[in-house]
Structures are given as C-alpha cells and as structure tokens.
Design a protein around this ligand. Structure first.
Ligand SMILES: [Zn+2]
Ligand SMILES: [Zn+2]
Length: 500
C-alpha cells in the first residue's frame, strides 16, 4: 500500500475533511517549496484525477511519485464552455510540475494544455512526434473555434488562449519515441511510451519508479483498424494499471467483425447512391476521418461501392496531410499510402468561417460526405448542412462511432424516422426523413478486449478512468470478480488513490 506510516499512524488524504487536499496541495504553495522537499510525505505515491466529474471529458491526471509530479493530458470538455469545461488545475499550484505528458491529440486530452502550461511555463511536455504535429493543428483550430464562439455566443474570456500562446507553448514540447525510456525529474522516475493503436501518435505510458511500475493506458485499441495497428503494450511487470473504460457500458455483438461491418456500410452506400441520394458520415477530424477514407478506398477497390466524390472538412484535410507526411515515420498499416493524393475522387470542402458564409457547404447528389464534428456539436458547418440533408429521404446518415446522447448526433440516434428532431437550440426541429444507420468502427477496444488484457497483465491494482458511470461500474464489478486479489478503484474527483 502506498500509505505512509507516520509515527504509528497511517496518513491518507481523506475526502470530505479537506485535510488531504490541504496537506497535499496547499502546503507547497504556502511554503513556496516544491512538494519533493516535504519530508512528511516523502514516501507517498498517489494518483489523482483532475476531472471535475467522473466522466469522459476534460481528461487530466496527476501522478505524484514521492514528490516527482507528472500530469498526463490536459483536456477540454466538448460540451461545456469556460471553467466548466476545464480540469481542476488550480490545486497544482504554479511552476510545480516535473513533467507533463500528452497521450494523444484528441481535444478531450489536449484542449486545455496551453492553460496548464501557462501555470507551469518551465515544465517540459513529453509527447510523440505524431501527437506533436497533430496537437499543433488541433490547438490552433481550437483558437479559431473559440474566437467564433466569443463572437456568436458572446462568451467572456474567449478565446481562452491565443495563437501566439500556442506557439509559445510548443517551445516546451519534447518529442519521445516508442519503447525508449526517459527520465522525469531527478529521483529515479522513468517513463516509456507504448503504441496505443488509437489514432496517429497515441501512446500509453509506463512509469518505472523505485516503488513499482505503473501503466497508464490512455485511449487504447488492441485491434487493428484500417490505418492504426493494434496497440503494442507491455504484457508483464505492471503493478498498477490505470485503464480507460469508454466502452464499458455495452457489450459488442459477439458476431462482430470489422470486415462484416465494412460490408454492411458498403451495402448502405451502394443502395443510397443507386437511388440518387448522398451519404453523410459524421466523423471526428482526427482518427475517424482518416480511417474512413482508407476504408472507402478499399471498398471502391474491392468493387463493393462505386467510385463517388468524397467531401472532406477542412480540419480533417489538415489532419490527413499529417498522416501522409508521417506515413513512413509512424507505426501504421499501408505505410507509404497518401490519403490526399491517392484517393482520386476526394474533394475538399473549403470550410467556411463561422458566421461568415454559413451556406457554403453545397449539397450534391451521389456523393459521400465525411464531415468533422458534424452533428457532434451545435453551431458547426455540418450541423447546418445536416439540417437540409436529413429532410431528404433519398439520403442516408451513417454513424460510425461514439455519439454523446445529449448532442445533436445522440438526439438523431434516438429519433424514429419520420419524426422531428431538434439539431440546434435556436432553430425549429427538422423532420428526420432519411434512414439512419449505426456502425461500430470505434477507435477504442471493446470492453472484453480491455478485460482480457487486464486479466493477462495481472496487476495488483487497477484504477479506472475515462468512462461514464455505468461503464466504470461494469469494469469495477467484472474485474473485481475476475481478479479477487486485485484492488479495482474508480477514480473520483478530489480523491487521491495510493499507487502501490
Ligand atoms: Zn481519443
Ligand atoms: Zn479520450
């Protein structure tokens, strides 16, 4: 156990009394000393979720290894704005971290990084080459989105950071390769990146410390996708596993194969194009867009779908260019394949600036639209586009990944065909006339995949993160039954958890 014997007493930060928080966080600020000099807690190693709520959102986690303090990820919640969307970074103080690690460039892990770096300007940020390229693109895009939000929604304090600040922040970024350990601080803590198979650049992180070994999974996929190879994680020697739980709330169809899913998608596309409609696939700009482009290319080559124009959003295009640039330098399938050059029917929609030319996205029959952030959030180009698209029964809407139930995407999923659905608070509902299909091309392992990895690894402790409450609870119950000797804990806000 990672508790410190203190003259016969066991000192554990406790929730509720506030004593733990004060002791762990406020004391170093008040004294002006970095935590490593606090002899009182010098043997204490703990994990602390910095999320304001137990859910998938503004991911950020503190690892304190006997005073060597490392924060993994610094996300922003896509559904909220202002401080509600941010991790709880205030208790960390200022200039008091030995390292920041970024697992990958999705905004729920990255979106508030410049704000964390503003508080810890001298702290190195360790990340993979792919993540560095992508994070730069995503953060600058984020500044543009926040600037529009400040104009359109009148949000005060927006943008939360500027382009200059992003440029300044990147000076502290330090690239690290896969499976090459590096020191953090000067007290014997080593970190090693392992390919997480999730999106380009995504890693899990192993910490080797004098008291034990921790593996933080990050977002992970143990199965091959169309571009991403399966995760390449350590199989032994881990004492504590910090595990993502995204897909814990539902089992996958036991008959599932990616191949079968691809053929099902092909059938919908074929039929839609045959009747003169178009297909809309809402995708995240990073990861899902590129996976879908390769998949569409493969389906055309195999004769499963006819060649059709594919429209791609502006951010997806920039991210795809990075996939192409790093095609020989990243662990991936189809090395050397260029998404933007070798897909002849690819067309790029010039993404209109918000509030400037809202109708710029043109509808063409017989096309495939892979639009980023489409219907995931309101006030986006593809939300606007979807408004007209959904009313046309010749079209098809194909979901290929996770959709928050409270988002427009989630509302569409829960609306029967022929019924009205509200895409945007400020507009009338639209009739959902086009068929809606759902496919599973998730970038995350399904719950049985994570379960069997954990069982094989046999850690003594598992800490569950990155899931909605039912997902976290399924993992806690199931893994506790699978491994009675293993302590399985759900990471809760404000509650430090001993690491060993
Ligand atoms: Zn992710
Ligand atoms: Zn995530």
């Amino acid at each position: 156990m990672g508790v410190k014997p203190d003259g016969g007493r066991v000192v554990l930060p406790s929730r509720g009394s506030g004593a733990g928080w004060e002791a762990l966080f406020l004391f170093p600020m008040a004294s002006g000393l970095k935590p490593r000099y606090r002899s009182h807690y010098s043997f204490f190693m703990f994990f602390q979720s910095l999320l304001p709520r137990p859910e998938i959102g503004a991911n950020s986690f503190l690892f304190d290894f006997d005073g060597t303090r490392v924060v993994i990820d610094s996300g922003m919640h896509p559904k909220y704005t202002g401080s509600e969307a941010l991790p709880l970074h205030e208790p960390l103080g200022f200039d008091a971290l030995d390292g920041i690690i970024l697992t990958h460039a999705h905004l729920d892990h990255l979106g508030s990084l410049p704000l964390l770096q503003r508080r810890h300007p001298r702290t190195p940020v360790f990340l993979s080459e792919g993540t560095a390229h992508l994070a730069d693109i995503m953060l600058h895009n984020s500044v543009n989105v926040m600037t529009s939000q400040s104009e359109e929604l009148g949000l005060t304090g927006y943008p939360l950071f500027t382009h200059d600040e992003v440029n300044e922040a990147t000076r502290q970024w330090s690239l690290r390769g896969l499976r090459k350990g590096f020191e953090i601080g000067d007290r014997g803590v080593r970190a090693t990146f392992f390919d997480a198979g999730h999106v380009l650049g995504a890693v899990g992180v192993q910490f080797d410390t004098p008291m034990g070994t921790v593996l933080h999974s990050g977002d992970v996929n143990f199965e091959e996708q169309s571009i991403a190879t399966a995760a390449d994680f350590p199989r032994t020697g881990v004492d504590t596993l910090v595990l993502e739980a995204t897909r814990g709330d539902a089992p996958r169809d036991p008959e599932y194969t990616r191949q079968r899913e691809a053929l099902r998608l092909a059938a919908v596309i074929r039929e839609t194009l045959r009747r003169g409609g178009s297909v809309l696939i809402p995708v995240f700009a990073l990861g899902k867009s590129q996976e879908m482009l390769i998949l569409l290319h493969q389906l055309v080559k195999a004769g499963e779908i006819p060649s059709a124009p594919v429209f791609l959003g502006g951010l997806s295009t920039k991210v795809s260019a990075t996939y192409d640039e790093l095609t020989h330098r990243s662990r991936r399938l189809h090395q050397g394949f260029s998404l933007l050059r070798e897909l002849p029917d690819l067309q790029f929609s010039a993404r209109p600036r918000r509030g400037k030319s809202r109708s710029a996205m043109q509808y063409h029959p017989g096309a495939i639209y892979a639009l980023s952030s489409g219907m995931m959030s309101e006030n986006t180009v593809s939300n606007e586009f979807a408004f007209h698209f959904l009313a046309n029964p010749a079209n098809s809407l194909c979901f290929v990944g996770y959709a928050d139930p409270d988002s427009p995407a989630g509302r569409i999923k829960n609306t029967p065909q022929g019924y009205p659905v509200r895409l945007n608070e400020n507009r009338e509902p639209v009739l959902l006339n086009c068929p809606v299909e759902t496919f599973d091309f998730s970038g995350h392992s399904d719950r049985e995949g994570l379960r069997s990895y954990a069982r094989d690894l046999k850690p003594r402790r598992i800490i569950l993160v990155h899931g909605d409450p039912p997902a976290l609870q399924w993992f806690q119950r199931t893994l506790s039954e699978d491994m009675p000797e293993c302590e399985v804990t759900i990471a809760m806000p404000d509650t430090p958890i001993p690491l060993f």
